[in-house]
Unconditional design. Structure first.
Length: 301
């Protein structure tokens, strides 16, 4: 089976239309229908249930669709790596990072990488962890820097989790908060406050579960909880004096907001950050970047 047929099949499913898929692949609708008929004959399975109302995937078709996406993704990555080697080029690296993640050490690592791989192109995207997990599984990110708990429980093919560091939490309060002038605060002093907490849909079930387990273990359960749908809302709740929030030490709030970051004197709870990447067909630049990051964050522990 050739890859053109595979691409046509994937496009039909994604666009939910034979006509749109034909247009995308610059062929006629009759030709794309012939491609699918040829695939079904070659595979000896029925891919679509067709009716006057349209079509749906068969169970076998759904299974083959999932496999097809992985095949094309692996092929694309393989071609990209081969071209990089042939042209002595280091390629393109797309990096996803945890919301608010402090980029200082990451920038230092990228600067060292660029000295060695001068033609390497790098894009850094900050976003919610659930989306990062999805993009990573779809091979839209070469590297993700995040808390790895949901990645551990939703492993992608050939995924590698390279631990970077473990850090504690700071307390974020409004600049108008009565305790804003303090450099250090005990957690017991603020447990009666309203806490802005990121939702499981945003950070992931296993990440939220890890944080909750740590709080139960150390009996640092906040009295009032306001569930925030995203990091931006969480920060606004703090800035407007409606709540306080816990923030990993490796993260920073938006500098434009009136938020004060204060150290916690007696808060032993920890979270882990890791570099998550795929080893198969990894470019030399990507493996070098992972090594550089590991060395940078060793000094943070």
């Amino acid at each position: 089976m050739n890859l053109d047929k595979l691409q046509c099949f994937i496009d039909i499913v994604k666009l939910n239309s034979f006509t749109k898929a034909a247009d995308k692949n610059c062929i006629t609708q009759a030709a794309i229908s012939q491609q699918i008929s040829s695939m079904e004959s070659e595979l000896d399975i029925k891919l679509f249930n067709r009716s006057k109302r349209g079509f749906t995937l068969t169970d076998a078709g759904q299974s083959f669709y999932s496999t097809s996406e992985k095949i094309l993704s692996t092929y694309s990555r393989g071609v990209s790596r081969a071209k990089c080697i042939a042209r002595n080029s280091s390629g393109f690296i797309s990096i996803g990072i945890w919301p608010g993640f402090d980029k200082k050490l990451l920038v230092n690592a990228i600067m060292e990488l660029m000295e060695k791989f001068t033609d390497c192109e790098i894009i850094v995207r900050e976003g919610d962890p659930i989306t990062q997990l999805h993009y990573h599984r779809e091979s839209k990110l070469a590297l993700t820097i995040a808390m790895p708990y949901d990645f551990y429980n939703n492993p992608a093919d050939d995924m590698v989790v390279s631990r970077l560091t473990t850090c504690g939490f700071n307390l974020c309060i409004s600049e108008n908060h009565p305790l804003a002038g303090r450099k250090c605060i005990g957690i017991s002093e603020v447990l009666d406050e309203s806490f802005a907490i990121l939702s499981e849909d945003y950070i992931g079930n296993f990440t939220a579960g890890h944080i909750a387990t740590e709080q139960i273990r150390y009996q640092h359960l906040p009295g009032k909880i306001i569930m925030a749908p995203n990091f931006e809302t969480q920060q606004l709740l703090v800035a407007s004096e409606e709540a306080v929030m816990l923030l990993p030490e490796l993260c920073k709030p938006d500098a434009s907001l009136p938020i004060r970051v204060v150290k916690l004197a007696d808060y032993p709870e920890k979270c882990e950050f890791a570099a998550i990447w795929k080893s198969v067909n990894a470019s030399p630049a990507l493996t070098c970047l992972v090594d550089l990051l590991s060395k940078k964050y060793e000094s943070y522990d």
